[in-house]
Design a protein around this ligand. Structure first.
Ligand code: XMP
Length: 512
């Protein structure tokens, strides 16, 4: 396994993804982690990430000495290169020639990092993003590649297996970057590349058995990918010791509840409590307009119902959650923010503390696309595995203001028609998240010979990698017009359709 030390770059997670895609397990630690943790992790190699600081400033991040004392191969990327060179006796200075974006590296000599990918004399596209640059190399280092703005674009001390690049191999704009990283993990670090989802499944099953013993586990299913994959994996490990509880708040997508019941109860034979609590939730939401209050009511009611159902089956010692790696990575923050970010919605209203249960979180080490692969490996249907994210409060936050059962029904239908149109156009997988929003606004239309006075439906579709930032999806006009016609023809109660072109920021993905 490989250790990635994070110096705060926006794209550190991409390094981890590329390394894992090369079949090698890795984890990200902040640069200022307890050095003992690094020794205990016993990595086969270390990668130093990029970062926003300047090595030339005093008091800026450095790699702990442990990294060099381990005697394992090291790869420094951008800031990682600069601090590595500075710490080993080289020199870095602020440059008046900043290099941002596309650049070309010209190879001057062959080294293990570029072997079989870039030959001497060749020029290849890379992605640069730096102001500082290395001006003098530490002893033992040699230049292997140069670029216009970075005379030390690729440097190495081959004897000590220390490599450093000024560009970012982890981003798509460095077309050969993934191959270079695979060369580092396989050829330089000697990792075998056999970390696959099949291997993960086996290890995870053993780990769950060890953690849980013969105790009982409950898992809250939401219909989403993460909790579904976690439940199926845990069931594989401990069988009937697991019970799933599915609280249906009546604000799910069309047929979602039926699909969850079908997959879990009938396909996998997993004990499942399906509580239809639609009236309870909609009753509590009646007349409530404030978005935050709506969320709180839904979260609180969810916990009440969940607890009630858990008590009925005699409780459990463990609570399973589909927490993912991006939620637990300790992020390096230069703005004084919290060093550990855990998205609150994965820890619904402090449920584990309130119910005094320990957590089973078998997906804590995985990225979203790895969870999808694991779901496929476990035989979950593609429709479920590839599904767009869906918020816990469901359709309630897609009906601005007070929610009624009638509006939820209209929205559910419009959403299904919209998603069907997207699937038929072959666009579903190109979009991070797409959904319909029902505006509490009525406008005048003409249908047949009659005047109509119905709701406005807004369509949303975004591309994103993590939901933190997003761009509206650039549908062509024909698609949008076709979807609008279908929604108005097939869904009673809507006579006008608009498309939301706001990106995030300044907008959010959801409307509330
Ligand atoms: P926003 O609207 O904040 O959404 O741009 C970012 C992503 O998070 C999802 N989301 C939620 N998920 N509980 C959840 O489980 C919530 O309360 C919640 N609010 C937003 C949203 O669907 C998008 O994918």
């Amino acid at each position: 396994r490989i250790l990635i030390l994070d110096f705060g770059s926006q794209v550190t997670q991409l390094i981890a993804r590329r390394v894992r895609e090369s079949g090698v397990y890795c984890e990200i630690f902040p640069f200022n982690t307890d050095p003992q943790r690094i020794t205990d992790f016993a990595p086969k190699a270390v990668i130093l990430s990029g970062g926003p600081a300047s090595v030339t400033g005093s008091d800026t991040p450095r790699a702990p000495q442990q990294v060099f004392d381990l005697g394992v191969p090291i790869l420094g990327i951008c800031y990682g290169q600069q601090t590595l060179c500075a710490q080993l006796g080289g020199e870095v200075e602020g440059s008046d020639h900043q290099e941002f974006g596309k650049a070309f590296v010209e190879m001057q000599a062959d080294c293990s990092l570029t072997e079989g990918i870039w030959a001497t004399g060749e020029k290849h596209q890379v992605w640069m993003s730096h102001g500082d640059r290395v001006v003098r190399l530490p002893e033992g280092f040699k230049v292997y590649g140069t670029s216009e703005g970075a005379p030390f674009a690729v440097v190495a001390d081959e004897a000590r297996q220390i490599y450093a690049v000024q560009f970012h191999p982890e981003v798509m704009h460095t077309p050969d970057g993934a191959k270079l990283l695979a060369n580092f993990t396989h050829k330089v670090a000697g990792c075998s590349g056999d970390w696959t989802m099949a291997a993960f499944r086996q290890q995870a099953v053993e780990a769950i058995r060890k953690q849980v013993g013969d105790a009982r586990v409950i898992c809250g299913l939401s219909g989403g990918v993460d909790s579904s994959v976690a439940a199926v994996l845990i069931h594989e490990a401990i069988g009937e010791q697991l019970t799933c509880i599915f609280v249906d708040h009546g604000l799910l997508r069309l047929n979602e509840a039926e699909e969850v019941v079908e997959v879990f109860r009938h396909h996998y034979n997993i004990p499942l409590v399906h509580r239809n609590a639609k009236d309870l939730f909609l009753g509590k939401l009646a007349g409530v307009e404030d978005p935050e209050r709506k969320r709180k009511i839904i979260g609180g009611t969810f916990i009440d119902v969940f607890e009630e159902e858990a008590a009925k089956i005699g409780g459990a010692d463990f609570l399973a959650q589909g927490t993912l790696y991006p939620d637990v990575i300790e992020s390096v923050s230069f703005t004084g923010g919290p060093s550990v970010t855990i998205k609150s919605h994965h820890n619904v209203g402090g449920l584990p503390e309130r119910m005094d249960m320990q957590l089973v979180e078998p997906l804590r080490e995985l990225f979203k696309d790895e969870v999808r692969d694991l779901g496929r490996e476990l035989g979950l249907p593609e429709r479920l595995v590839g599904r767009h994210p869906f918020p816990g409060p469901g359709l309630a936050i897609r009906i601005p203001g007070a929610v009624t059962s009638e509006q939820a029904d209209i929205l559910r239908k419009a959403d299904a028609v919209y998603l069907d149109a997207i699937r038929k156009a072959g666009l579903y997988d190109a979009i991070w998240q797409a959904f319909a929003v029902l505006l509490p606004v009525k406008t005048v239309g003409v249908m047949g010979d009659a005047r109509s006075y119905d709701y406005v439906c807004a369509l949303r579709a975004v591309t994103s990698t993590d939901g933190m930032t997003a761009e509206s999806y650039p549908f062509d006009h024909e698609f949008l017009a076709g979807a609008a016609t279908r929604i108005i023809n097939e869904v009673r109660g809507i006579n006008r359709v608009v498309y939301d072109v706001t990106s995030k920021p300044p907008g959010t993905i959801e409307w509330e």
